[in-house]
Structures are given as C-alpha cells and as structure tokens.
Design a protein around this ligand. Structure first.
Ligand code: ADP
Ligand code: ADP
Ligand code: ZN
Length: 214
C-alpha cells in the first residue's frame, strides 16, 4: 500500500495516519515531523526549516525533496508507506512521480481529508502535542485525561510554535495557493479518494477504510 494523505492544516491527517499505519502496517512519513525532529536536534536543516515554518510558509523544495527520496529509499518503505504533508506543491508532486517511476513504482491512492476552512483555526490553535511520543490531543475535541499531560507516556504536552492564529491563517492561505492544485493533479490520475473529515474521529477512519478497499 503506497499512499498519500492530504488535507488542509488541521484536517486530521496526523491523527488518521496513526490509524492507517497500524491497520496497514506501513511506515508513516510526515515531513512536518521530520522537520520538527531536526529543529529539536538543532541540526542545520532544522535551523533553516524553522524560519519558514514559524511564518507558515513552505520550506523550500531544495531542502524537502531529497529528504523524502532518501526516506522512501529505506528498506522499511519498500512494501509500502503513508506520506503525510508531502507533496505540498506541483514541483514536489512531479519529483515524487519521477522518483517512483524510476523505481518502476506508483501510488495506490491519494486520500484527501476534506474539512471546511472555517473550523480549522479552532482545531489548529486547540491542538496539543506530546514532544516525547508524538501523540496528538485537542483541548476540546480530544482532551488528555489529565490536562497538559500525555495519556500515552506522561510527558508534558506542548503547543506547536506554528499553531497560533496568525500562522494558521497563513498556512491555510498557502494551502489554497500551492497545495490545493494537487487535488486536480491526482484526480486526473484517478487516484484521489475524498473523505469528509468533519465527522467523529472513528467515523472518519471508517470512511477511509471504505474508500481504500473499494
Ligand atoms: P493535521 O495533521 O491534518 O494538521 P491533526 O491530526 O494534528 O491534523 O489534527 C488537528 C487537531 O484537530 C488535533 O488537535 C486533533 O486532535 C483534532 N482533530 C483531528 N481529527 C478530528 C476530528 N475528526 N474531529 C475533531 N477534532 C479532530
Ligand atoms: P499541518 O498539516 O498541520 O500544516 P505539518 O506538520 O504537515 O502541519 O507542516 C508544518 C510545517 O512544516 C508547514 O507549515 C511547512 O512550513 C513545513 N512543511 C511540512 N511539509 C512540507 C513540505 N512537503 N514542503 C514544504 N514545507 C513543508
Ligand atoms: Zn507522549
């Protein structure tokens, strides 16, 4: 199973990716997570990426595309993968197609978690994440049992640097301008499977399984 998961910032990609990863037993590759791990580790890539991420802008393709190709070349991705947050513009999509083609490979499906922009600001600013294990919560929609503490590992939850009102608005704008055109790109390749992401967490996953087995 070689899958992409797409959707506006806050649509629920990361949340559903955890379900998909477990159900299909494939690695979940999130470019955002890779950048955040580099920021935490204070690498050169992390320092460069942070400048863009804090403003809600895309990290340049020159820093992003090779990173993904390297990751997809690793052993654990040969039987399948779930890419989350990549591609985010046409250049990245074409680079991915070329890479897969060169390996006699192709995507099986592109999932689009569709959520209207109106409710996304709330989802984004209410998101809390665990810096230790990566679990995601929401102060209203999916609160941790103890406020501010990760249910899974007990670490103190944090708010992402870019989960502010101002940055969230910018990220939604960047999505419309640069990422949304990819929906037509994959529709033309007959790969696009759209799921309504404005439903209960479990219902969204039920719908994902339904469209993937069709
Ligand atoms: P993305 O990876 O697309 O940015 P996340 O999976 O991190 O999105 O979800 C964004 C926020 O919305 C999180 O706080 C998450 O708990 C919450 N969320 C995710 N799916 C749903 C849903 N179906 N209903 C309500 N809130 C949700
Ligand atoms: P979300 O889906 O909630 O916007 P991500 O974790 O996917 O969050 O992305 C966070 C930020 O990381 C983006 O706003 C962008 O700055 C950077 N980023 C992640 N993936 C890419 C990518 N494929 N190309 C460029 N920038 C990216
Ligand atoms: Zn945790």
């Amino acid at each position: 199973m070689k899958l992409l998961i797409m959707g506006r910032p806050g649509a629920g990609k990361g949340t559903q990716a955890v379900n998909i990863r477990e159900y299909y037993n494939i690695p979940h590759i999130s470019t955002g997570d890779i950048f955040r791990a580099n920021i935490k580790g204070q690498t050169k890539l992390g320092k460069e990426a942070k400048e863009y991420m804090d403003k809600g802008l895309l990290v340049p393709d020159s820093l992003t595309i090779d990173l993904v190709k390297d990751r997809l070349s690793q052993e654990d991705c040969q039987k399948g993968f779930l890419l989350d947050g990549f591609p985010r513009n046409l250049e990245q999509a074409k680079a991915l197609d070329d890479f897969l083609k060169a390996n006699n490979d192709s995507l099986d499906a592109v999932l689009d978690i569709d959520v209207k922009p109106e409710i996304l600001i709330d989802r984004i600013v209410g998101r809390r994440v665990c810096p230790q294990c990566g679990a995601t919560f929401h102060i209203k929609n999916n609160p941790s049992k103890v406020e501010g503490v990760c249910d899974v590992c007990g670490a103190k939850l944090i708010q992402r640097n870019d989960d502010t009102y101002a940055t969230a608005e910018n990220r939604l704008k960047v999505y419309d301008e640069q990422t949304a055109p990819l929906l037509d790109y994959y529709k033309n390749q007959h790969l696009l499977k759209t799921v309504n992401g404005d439903q209960d967490f479990a219902k969204v996953f039920e719908d994902i399984k339904k469209v993937l087995t069709k």
